[in-house]
Design a protein around this ligand. Structure first.
Ligand SMILES: [Zn+2]
Ligand SMILES: [Zn+2]
Length: 832
């Protein structure tokens, strides 16, 4: 008797943890024929933990140095991650110098990740106040602020003893932590109860008899039946199932009245899967958009260049009608049966964009919202995963913020990166610290797709690439519908102060413009780059300033709660009436934020209706949308906000824009400070102006002679670009040089200093890059961790991959040194 040889297969899998490399598991024989790369499998990792891992590679090589464990189970029938995504993950892992598991953790929606055991997480009501904590409690909260969840086993390792339940119990009672059970799949299919009519009544006579009998004795029941017949357009009968809720609401009936019908076996009730996602109906035809001659030229130029180039930059001034071009392009890729990804800097922005796109593309539009709940995210993921060419797909066009890059696209044709200059495309925390615009270009290359970058104020990196002909470049310098560029006026605040014409933080010029605009039933936007009251307290006598106990920053006054609050860790204290050092009552306030602007303006011009748009007013899911809509509908006439108001919002009635303090943007110590402040001022200026009326922009500054003011005044992007490029070339900054920033973090300042010193010593051995530091960053302590940073700069001509490899090796050596095991290292490639 011959026996066919059994093949033993192995799988290299990714686990969603910050650990290097892949892990090899043995595949039980009976799974050989059903296992695929990209599936989730259950594996045991370490002594106890069970994870859903992703199969990265299948092979027959037995590991030489250890006996692999078996895969415990397969979670998915088919792959949930495709091969090209896995390549993209690899690229992120190498380029951004993070662990492969960190990419997986960032890419998969939370509900597709699962791990065993009870998990301890921070209570989201908890504000980080280290002073009230015992040492053990501190250690645990500190670990949780980094790792977001811990198992009970991990907690006992952290505190160094076994019986940790009493400690956990106290911490739960103190509302510091909560315990979550995470034993099964988090994604749940949503179902609803539906009713269908008994087959018997498909017969007309039977149905008539039924109706007769009901009309005599049970009128409500008859009404339910009528609603059913109407909904299903009986007897065509499509759909046969009608949600119970709809029947009852339609007939104004109660469930007991419905129950009578099921008792009579008129209806059969069952459960049906329903989508949580909104679908839209198209009302407009993209083909019917009539472009202006400028737009037409621009569209042709983009299409022409995309034949030979992978990326085209569309530099179109504010209100130049970029969206119409996007719609035309999307329509053309849609007709080729391709998937389209439309990236936006901040999800809040989608309110207006979705509105415009859904009118043209209806159910083809899918939104990947950062505020969606985990189940909704999985549903979007599955819709993209189920995309089939030549099918009538929903969600063929995805709108989303940077995380939408990770959706399982299989036939991507076009990626649009709208407002490509926006810094929120960069993820700063946690790893992977990727730049979504740059990553989108790589993803497109891997998928054979094209990229369109759009902005009124392109990032200097993108403009540099366009000038170097790496990208195509299309310029739209005319505003749509003949709207003129706004009239910009610089107000010298020093002068106003001297003449005593300042009222609070408002110049006489700005107040005059606000009054005129409101009198003419127009609207005003006021931009202040700080939220809250942004007031720092200072003692007049001894210059004492209240500071955060956990971070190296001063506390900010928040009027609503009458508290001083840390913007980094949430630590808060009551406002002191006396100075704690000299006991003086002369505590003064400095600076001002959006909340203060709102209050002051309300006092000066009490007839105004003022709305405010900032992080504090938009915490709930729909708050942003509500504020924007109510301003659009004229329910308020002044909108005060942080940079949120600069982000591509369109309002018809805004004629005046005020920049309250241009100086705090310019003084920011970063090589991008000029680029950023130009972008902010140009973007917010672009909100003003409408048909037949030129908009007015008032910029208040104490440095009216600053060269930046001239560039803003003349809207001379190109001149600023050239000026900045010569500076950056001279001082070795991007785009001429590449930067890698390494931060070392620890609770012990001395230890972090030693580690940074030793790492710098190792790194200094390479002549191919410049090394800066180690030094403290501007904020040298956050959430009780001291920070020391080292910056590596090297010319673009250098072999970046080689340098990264070397840097990674040195960091690995440092982290495996006994003394430094607890020092955390953050690597940021291309920091922003
Ligand atoms: Zn004092
Ligand atoms: Zn703090």
């Amino acid at each position: 008797m011959t026996q066919t040889e059994r093949i033993t297969l192995f799988a290299d899998v990714l686990v969603p943890l910050p650990v290097p490399g892949l892990f090899t598991y043995r595949i039980p024989y009976e799974m050989n024929s059903i296992i695929r790369t990209g599936q989730r499998v259950i594996v045991q990792f370490g002594k106890k933990k069970i994870f859903a891992a992703i199969v990265r590679k299948l092979h027959e090589q037995i590991p030489s140095d250890y006996t692999p464990k078996y895969i415990l189970g397969i979670l998915d029938e088919k792959a949930i991650v495709n091969e090209s995504q896995l390549h993209f993950w690899d690229w992120i892992h190498h380029y951004y110098m993070c662990y492969p598991g960190e990419v997986m953790a960032a890419a998969l929606p939370g509900a597709l990740k699962l791990a065993s055991e009870s998990k301890i997480v921070l209570n989201d009501q908890y504000t980080f106040d280290t002073q009230i904590l015992s040492d053990n409690e501190f250690l645990i909260t500190e670990a949780l602020s980094i790792q977001s969840q811990l198992s009970i086993g991990e907690i006992s390792q952290i505190v160094g003893f076994q019986k940790v339940m009493p400690l956990i119990k106290t911490m739960i009672e103190k509302k510091i932590i909560v315990m979550e059970e995470e034993l099964q799949e988090k994604y749940r299919v949503k179902t609803e109860r539906v009713a269908s009519i008994n087959e018997l009544y498909r017969d007309e006579d039977q149905l008539r008899q039924l109706m007769d009998s009901l009309s005599k004795r049970a009128y409500k029941q008859l009404e339910i039946l009528m609603v059913y017949l109407r909904e299903t357009r009986f007897p065509q009968g499509d759909p046969i199932n009608v949600p119970l809720k709809k029947l009852l609401e339609g007939a104004g009936a109660s469930s007991s009245q419905f129950k009578a019908l099921t008792d009579k076996q008129v209806f059969v009730v069952s459960e049906q899967t329903v989508s949580r996602l909104q679908t839209y109906t198209a009302t407009h035809d993209p083909a019917k958009i009539i472009l202006t001659s400028h737009q037409q030229e621009a569209l042709q130029s983009i299409q022409q260049q995309l034949i030979n180039k992978d990326v085209v930059l569309l530099h179109g001034v504010t209100s130049s009608g970029k969206t119409e071009l996007y719609i035309k392009l999307i329509a053309s890729y849609l007709s080729q049966g391709k998937q389209i990804l439309y990236l936006l800097p901040e999800i809040a922005l989608t309110t207006q964009i979705i509105g415009r796109l859904k009118a043209y593309f209806g159910k083809k539009i899918g939104v990947y919202h950062s505020r969606y709940n985990p189940n909704e995210k999985v549903e979007v993921w599955n819709k993209v995963l189920d995309f089939q060419k030549d099918a009538d797909n929903e969600h063929q066009i995805i709108l989303g913020p940077r995380s939408a890059l990770f959706l399982p696209f299989s036939d991507l044709g076009l990626i649009i990166v709208d407002e490509e200059h926006d810094s929120s495309f960069k993820q700063n925390e946690p790893a992977p610290r990727y730049q979504a615009r740059d990553a989108a270009i790589v993803l497109a290359q891997m998928s054979g797709a094209k990229v369109l970058l759009g902005s009124a104020t392109p990032s200097f990196e993108s403009y540099f690439n366009a000038k170097a002909e790496k990208f195509g470049l299309t310029t739209l310098s005319e505003r749509f519908g003949g709207i003129q560029m706004p009239d910009i006026q610089i107000v010298n605040m020093r002068e106003e102060k001297k003449r005593k014409t300042l009222q609070a933080h408002f110049s006489s010029v700005l107040l005059q413009e606000i009054k005129q605009a409101v009198a003419a039933k127009e609207q005003v936007i006021l931009f202040q780059n700080r939220r809250g009251f942004s007031l720092r307290l200072e003692c007049e006598h001894c210059n004492w300033v209240p500071e955060c106990r956990n971070c190296d920053v001063s506390l900010i006054y928040h009027k609503k709660q009458n508290m001083l609050r840390c913007h980094y860790c949430g630590y808060a204290i009551a406002v002191p009436s006396n100075c704690p050092t000299c006991n003086s009552t002369g505590i003064k306030m400095h600076g001002f934020g959006t909340e203060k602007v709102e209050e002051e303006l309300g006092i000066i011009l009490p007839e105004l209706k003022i709305a405010r748009l900032d992080l504090d007013t938009t915490r709930s899911k729909y708050a942003f949308q509500e504020i924007i809509e109510s301003f659009s509908n004229g329910k308020s006439n002044v909108l005060v906000g942080t940079q949120m108001v600069t982000k591509g919002l369109d309002f018809d009635k805004v004629s005046v824009v005020g920049v309250l303090n241009a100086d705090n943007m310019l003084s920011y110590p970063d090589f991008r400070a000029f680029e950023r402040s130009f972008q902010l001022m140009a973007q917010v200026s672009g909100r003003s102006g409408r048909k037949n009326k030129r908009g007015k922009v008032i910029i208040q500054t104490y440095q009216p002679k600053h060269q930046m003011m001239n560039y803003v005044l003349t809207n001379d992007y190109k001149k600023l670009f050239l000026h900045q490029m010569s500076e950056r070339k001279k001082f070795n900054y991007p785009p001429y040089y590449r930067i890698i920033m390494i931060q070392l973090l620890h609770r012990d300042n001395h230890l972090v200093n030693l580690a940074a010193y030793d790492l710098a010593k190792m790194l200094k051995t390479n002549p191919n890059y410049d090394l800066l530091g180690p030094e403290y960053p501007i904020i040298s302590r956050i959430k009780s961790l001291y920070i020391k940073q080292i910056i590596i700069k090297f010319a673009r001509s250098q072999n970046a991959a080689e340098i990264k490899k070397m840097v990674a090796d040195h960091i690995y050596n440092l982290q495996t040194t006994e003394n430094y095991k607890s020092v955390r290292v953050h690597i940021d490639v291309d920091p922003q």
